[in-house]
Structures are given as C-alpha cells and as structure tokens.
Design a protein around this ligand. Structure first.
Ligand code: MIG
Length: 764
C-alpha cells in the first residue's frame, strides 16, 4: 500500500496498478503484468517525484477507488483495473472500454470515444489533420522517399494525441518506447450500435500513460509540456531563413550562394552543409579539397551575417585512423549485437557503427566532439539518418533501403540494460540530446541550434524538426500544413518542411506557393535533393524571385512577433503554427480544416495549395478580421471568397491585434531592434512583446524584458495603452510607429520608446 495521498496502488490478480496525481490536470497511470518497473535513467517524462504534491480528495467504495482534484477525477475499478476520468462537470473522458491487458509480451488498451470526439497530434504523420480511421504506428522509420498520404510511420514517433470534444479537450502521452500503435479504425464508419473505440497496443513494456485535462487545447498543451519538456529559446538567427541543398559541393559554391542572397537582397541567415562537405562521409571532418579552410569560410560567412550548419549522420565510419571511430571504440560507445560483436552496417561511408546515446557517458563523449566546430564559429548542427537507417549494401555499390539495427542488440547503461526493441524509437532523441548538450557546453553561454530528423516525445527539448524527404509535389505542399500543425499539438513547436520540396523539381508556381506559406513556418528552410535542378529562390525566374523576396522580407519584419511566439512556446508549450481550433475551440466547423493555419494568436494564413488556382474560399471564425494586404475589414463566422493571384497568399489579422514589426533587414544580426512598428487593428486586445539578447543563455537567468500593450475602447475612441517595460534587458531607445488601421483611414502615430508607460488615443 502506498501511503501517499496523491496516489493509488492496487495489487490485482492481473498485476499492479498505480495511479498518481501530478497536478490538478495531470495524472499518471501505470499497469504491469507483475511488479512495476523501476524508473530508468533515460526515461522521458519528468519523474512523478519531481512534481510537488497537490491537494487530492480520495474516496473508496467496493467497486473502486477515486482520486479527485479541482479539475478531474480518476477512478480505478477493483475488479479488473479499468480506469476512467471525469471532469468536474461529471463528463466522462478517456475511459477504458474494457479491462486493459498487460502481459510479458505486450499491452493492449481499448478506450471509449465519445460521439464526435476528434483526434489530433500523434507526432509526425502523413495525411490529414484529424486521424479517425487511421492505424498509426509509433516506430521511427525512413520511408525511403515519396510518402503519400497513407504512408505510416515516418521519421519521428511521438505517442501523444490530443482529443477534442465540444468544451472538453484532453491530451494523452502513451509512455512506452517499444513499437506501438494507436488504432483509430474503429472510429470511422461506426454505427450507433457499435461502441466507438480507440485502441492502444505496444509490443512490450507496461501500460504506462499520462492523461492531461484541458479543458482548452492551450491548457492541455501546457500540461503536456510540463511533463515532456519545452523548447529552449533558440538563437534568434535560427528564426531567419535557412538555405540548404544536398550538397553545396565546395566552399566556393557556398560563397556564391551567400553572395546571391546579399546581392539580390533576399534575406538569409543560414546555409546548411550536407554530407558532401565531409571527408569521405566521416562526421565532423571537412573535405580537404573542396573545403580546405573551414575556419576561414565560417568567419567569412559570419562577416556577412551567415552562419553555416554542417550535417552529421548517425553512422560513424569504421576506420581505425579516424579519431571519432577510434575514441568511440576506446570508450566502448558503439552498439553491439547480441553476440557481443559491433553492430556494423552500411550507410554513406560504407561500414559504420552507431553510438548508444542512452548511456550518459556516450552522450558526453559525442557532445565533446563538437568542440572543434564550436571553436571555429559553428553554432548549429544538423543531424540525419537517426531513425536509425542502415542500407542493404554498401553505398558505393548502390546501397539504399531502410533497414535498422537488430532488435536484440543491447543498449543502455549497466544496471538498466535493454535491447534495441525498446530503444529504437529513442535513437534520434538521444542523438539530439547529446548534440545539443555538447554544443551548449562548447559554445560557453551562446545558444546552439540543432536540427534533427528523427525523434520521440520530448524532442522539442533538444532540437528543431523538419519532416524529412518530401517531394516537389502539390500534394506534399498541402500535406505540410496538417503535418506541422499536428507536430505542434504533440508538443514540438519548432518545425518546418523542406520549402519547394526535396525530391524532384518544383515548378515556378509550386515554389512560389511553397515559399509563401513556408515563410511563416517556425523552421523556415529551403532544401533540395542531389540530382535535382537548383532550388534557390532565384532559380525560377524573376517573378518567383520577387515573391520569395517579398515573403521572406515579411517574415523578417514579423520577427518581433514570431520571436515572442517562440518565447510563448518555450514558457507554455504553445504551438506556433497551429490549427484554427486551437484558438477557437468552440467552433465545430474548424475540426477538419486542413488548409488554413494560425501563426500565433493574431495571424491566420490561407495559402493556395493547388496549381492554377487564383482564388479560394477561406473560413473566418467568429469575430472581425482584416485582410493583411488591403486592410479590408471582414466579418467572421463563415466562409468568404478571396482572390489569390500568384503573388499573393491570403493572410488575415484578428480584430484587436497589436502586431509588432521590426525594420526590413537582410539578416538578424544586421541591427538590433532599434525601430519598431505596431500594426494596430480596431477591436479590444492585448499583446506582450518579448525581447532578449537573442544569442546567449542570459534569458534563462531572467535577463529579458516584456512590454505589454492593451487596446481598449474609452469614450467611443480606441486607446492604446503601453505599459512600462518590465525586466532587465534593455533594448535601444527607439522610435515606435503606430499604424492604426481605423474604420475610416490609416492613422499614424509615433513616439520614442524608452521603456516608460504611455497612452495613445487612436480614434475609432
Ligand atoms: O536520404 O544527407 O532527409 O535532408 O539531404 C539521403 C542527404 C540522406 C536525408 C535527409 C536529407 C539530406 C539527405 N539525407
């Protein structure tokens, strides 16, 4: 018997059940065939013991035991261990439809779904926003290109979902790292007679899950990320535009690309270096012929405001003369097969080995390898192939495919050894963690940027994510919206797709449309595969170049707003690029809206996602909206029709918006935020602008500032209240222009912002 008043422990015939209340909205449920497993060092969520105790009411009957907080009650049935939740209004949610089964060989649970309950999240997926009817597998996989809407799984596995019913939202994290499934097929085509059921299965481990009550999506995400962790503040430059290609073949080509951006006045902060920059695909080396002076190149690029982000792969070349292999071998850092021999497989450098990132000392070793990169000025690392993928034959003999390590290979630290079957899904997560922590140590106070292809729940703590190898297809452009929105709902806000498409060739029209919405994706990178034609923004003719310039310029002007959204994500787990229902959870019409997106709370984009289309229908939730381009006022609560010529992506601002914009810049280091524009739209609203140095970890020690703005009506007139700036970070004294999009005309006001409070009467 567990004496803690916040937890229930039952020994049933079928095994142990433990339920622990962690916060008023967060509950941990565990059921095992025998005894519950001890916590492992590589566990993802925060330990139960790390949550301060909360007031819980406990009641018992013959039938079961109930724990109750201010928000939820959880009941376990003595007879069979079935668990159910209710909110304070007595509405049941997330209830076992039958007794869960846990055996040595796996787990199975069947949860009741309410009529009309909708399911989102599930990490990285192909297909539409809402997932009823799908069988979704949690197993990190390289699908080897050309993934259509039905392809599953993909690179990142996040066993998290968000359920939405009218007035009631909750999230679930299924804390099991084995191969597992969410089966939503019995939700589709259901008849009234058939119970609506969603099944969870896993090939091993315990039935271990966390339920997070909202009731709003924002509250559910807040609770979920309190458990799984949140994104660290990225360096501000990582919010700029990134240009990539597999591969820029030499330092000279990198210089040329950088020069093109600057001479064409297309903003850019980052160039990625794909695998060909290495010496024979050896991680952390440089090809001596094509990249003879990496330090010089990095410095030269930095002098024009461009950072280089080199790639490292999961496979480490077997080569006794290569320091990474030799030192790893000495540390016994590499995964071994069940028979004790090195798990050696083919990837780019042919024979390769793989580090066991579950072990803390291996993460330290891996992290320390980045010291040299950091010393020459590299502040960002891109990691790839960490599902992990292995080829069927040597790359030099045309190898490919998407095999992985043997499931019985041993992993993990002594005392908690497991096999790849349990650790597979954690490979990318561990590699991202080791890379992030190593870079952080090496940069001594500057914030690193890490980009990682694979991942698991909690991946946002270590890295940004892109959605792997899409194609230059309209279908993949359209898919990028639900894909990124569901990542955000799974706790990972810093996400993007390859703008323009990775495989195949984009047409000018496709590239233009992709750049339009891509410019508002949290991670904004153009990339393209080897063997394709150039995909840089100027490669498609003058018109598309101009469109790219316009939209990237818009992104850069929006940086004060976007950066504030990153802060919100860092503080609260709030997704940045999110479905409309996140901000309007009461509006049932939004549940299946795949082709519109909120970018933070104030902007809504309705991109064109089909060829030849020059107008589209747009759904505007209740309230007033303004067309970003024309300033025209629109009344929400239904559909509107809008023109969308090639150079224009429909974009809307909510009434009452106070949108902070910075000056036009070519890169984030060009100048501090020494000039600010507030675009103000009639209505009631508020906004808190977040600022810090953009570069160091001082913000984590409280060195930042916030300015609160409030727009409200007073004696028939709208008034903008600017509150006194709070916090220690000091932006430059600057001119602020307030552009008021009034009913009659555009009003311009300006003031000198020295951090003091003021009131501006704007008109009506
Ligand atoms: O499958 O490093 O997703 O972005 O350009 C090829 C070469 C391996 C896969 C990544 C892609 C990258 C490519 N890599």
């Amino acid at each position: 018997m567990n004496p803690s008043p916040t937890s229930i422990h039952l020994s049933l015939e079928t095994g142990e059940v433990e339920i622990t209340v962690l916060t008023p909205r967060l509950v941990h449920v565990r059921q095992a065939a025998g005894e519950l497993m001890p916590r492992r060092s590589w566990a993802i969520p925060r330990a139960d013991a790390d949550f301060p105790a909360v007031p819980v009411e406990r009641s018992e009957s013959d039938a079961g035991i109930t724990l109750k907080t201010d928000l939820v009650a959880v009941t376990v049935r003595r007879a069979d261990g079935a668990v159910s939740f209710t909110n304070s209004a007595g509405r049941v949610f997330c209830a076992d439809a039958q007794a869960p089964r846990v055996s040595g060989r796996g787990v199975h649970a069947a949860r009741q779904a309410a009529p009309g309950e909708r399911f989102y999240g599930f990490g990285e997926r192909a297909g539409l926003l809402e997932k009823s009817g799908r069988l979704l597998t949690n197993w990190t996989t390289d699908p080897v290109r050309s993934h259509g809407p039905g392809v599953d799984p993909l690179y990142i596995a996040i066993p998290v979902y968000l359920s939405l019913q009218p007035g009631l939202c909750h999230a679930v994290y299924f804390n099991n790292t084995f191969h597992s499934e969410f089966d939503l097929r019995r939700l589709a085509n259901r008849t009234a007679a058939e119970p609506a059921i969603m099944e969870w299965r896993a090939d091993g481990g315990e039935l271990d899950y966390y339920v997070v009550y909202g009731p709003t999506p924002a509250e559910a995400l807040h609770g979920l990320t309190e458990l799984l962790g949140r994104m660290p503040m990225p360096p501000r430059w990582a919010l700029g535009y990134h240009q990539s290609r597999w591969s820029y073949q030499s330092a000279d080509e990198v210089r040329q690309v950088a020069d093109e951006f600057r001479s064409r006045q297309i903003p850019c902060d980052v160039i990625h270096l794909d695998i060909d920059h290495m010496d024979g695909y050896r991680n952390l080396t440089w090809n001596p012929q094509t990249y003879p002076d990496p330090a010089g190149l990095v410095a030269e690029m930095r002098s024009i405001g461009i950072r280089l982000v080199p790639i490292v792969d999961a496979g480490i070349k077997v080569d006794p003369a290569y320091r990474v292999y030799a030192s790893g071998l000495q540390q016994d850092a590499f995964i071994r097969k069940a028979d004790g021999s090195l798990a050696q497989y083919y990837v780019w450098p042919d024979d390769s080995v793989f580090a066991d990132y579950l072990r803390p000392e291996v993460r330290d070793w891996w992290g320390s390898l980045f010291e040299e990169h950091a010393r020459i000025g590299v502040e960002g690392i891109w990691t790839d192939m960490n599902e992990p993928v292995v080829f069927d034959k040597p790359f030099s003999q045309g190898g490919g495919g998407s095999g992985t390590l043997p499931l019985d290979a041993g992993q993990g630290p002594a005392g908690e050894r497991t096999t790849h079957a349990e650790a597979h899904n954690l490979f990318g997560l561990g590699m991202a963690q080791a890379t992030y922590e190593g870079m952080r140590r090496a940069l001594g106070g500057r914030r690193p940027f890490v980009l990682c292809r694979s991942g698991f729940a909690g991946i946002q703590r270590w890295t940004a994510s892109w959605m792997g190898d899409n194609d230059s297809w309209w279908e993949h452009l359209a898919m990028s919206l639900p894909q990124l929105m569901n990542m955000g709902l799974s706790g990972a806000p810093f996400v993007g797709v390859d703008i323009g498409g990775f495989g195949n060739e984009a047409t000018p029209e496709l590239f233009a449309r992709w750049m339009q919405i891509g410019s508002l994706m949290p991670f904004c990178r153009g990339h393209s595969s080897a063997g394709t034609l150039p995909h840089e923004p100027w490669a498609f003719g003058a018109e598309v170049e101009q469109i790219s310039r316009t939209y990237l310029a818009l992104r850069y002007r929006l940086l004060p707003y976007l950066y504030t959204q990153f802060w919100k994500a860092h503080q609260c787990g709030t997704p940045i690029f999110r479905p409309l229902f996140f901000d309007f959870p009461q509006d049932a019409a939004l549940a299946d809206l795949n082709d519109q997106v909120m970018v933070g709370p104030l902007l809504m984009a309705a991109p064109v996602l089909q060829p030849g289309v020059r107008a589209r229908a747009v759904y505007l939730p209740a309230g007033e909206w303004f067309d970003w381009w024309t300033g025209r006022r629109l009344t929400g609560g239904g559909w509107t029709w809008t023109e969308a010529p090639l150079d224009s992506m429909p974009l809307y601002v909510r009434a009452g918006a106070i949108l902070p914009l910075g000056p036009a810049i070519q890169h984030t280091g060009e100048r501090p935020l020494d000039e600010l524009m507030l675009e103000v739209y009639p209505g009631e609203g508020e906004f808190t602008l977040y600022e810090d140095d953009g570069l160091t970890d001082a913000c984590e020690r409280g060195d930042y500032c916030q300015t609160h703005y409030r727009l409200h009506r007073r004696a028939g007139n709208l008034e903008l209240e600017v509150w006194a700036r709070e916090g220690s970070y000091q932006p430059p004294v600057r001119n602020v222009t307030v552009r008021f999009h009034g009913r009659v005309r555009l009003g311009e006001f300006s003031y000198t912002d020295d951090g003091t409070a003021r009131h501006l009467r704007l008109g009506n």
